[in-house]
Design a protein around this ligand. Structure first.
Ligand code: FES
Length: 119
């Protein structure tokens, strides 16, 4: 039974316009700080349900979008919606997080569909 909040990392590990991958149980998440806003998504592309990549950098070349390394789908950093690529209009699954007392905390891990990421 998961216990929340769960510590992800010290806030100082993620500066503005950086991303990192974090492990939670058997899955991974993407943590992003972009233009001062903190976001987190499950590291699973809606196209083929693979991870977007191994990170830590999940940005496209201009650091404007998150990018899946498999077929180059681009996702809005703010919303997780795919704006270009084979899964256009689908979205990454958002994760509830909070920054408190110098740390970044996982508040809840979203329920998953029955589709699992292939190995
Ligand atoms: S698996 Fe991500 S774009 Fe195809």
């Amino acid at each position: 039974m998961p216990t929340y909040p769960a510590l992800i990392c010290a806030a100082t590990l993620l500066e503005d316009n950086q991303s990192l991958r974090f492990q939670y149980q058997q899955q991974t998440g993407i943590l992003v700080r972009h233009q001062g806003q903190l976001r987190a998504y499950i590291n699973r592309c809606p196209h083929r349900h693979k991870t977007l990549g191994d990170g830590p950098d999940f940005f496209d070349d201009q650091s404007l979008y998150l990018r899946c390394e498999h077929h180059q789908a681009l996702f809005s950093i703010d919303t997780g919606v795919c704006i270009a690529g084979p899964c256009k209009q689908q979205r990454l699954t958002s994760i509830a997080i909070a920054e408190r007392e110098g740390n970044i905390w996982l508040l809840d891990w979203p329920c998953q569909s029955d589709r699992q990421s292939p190995a």
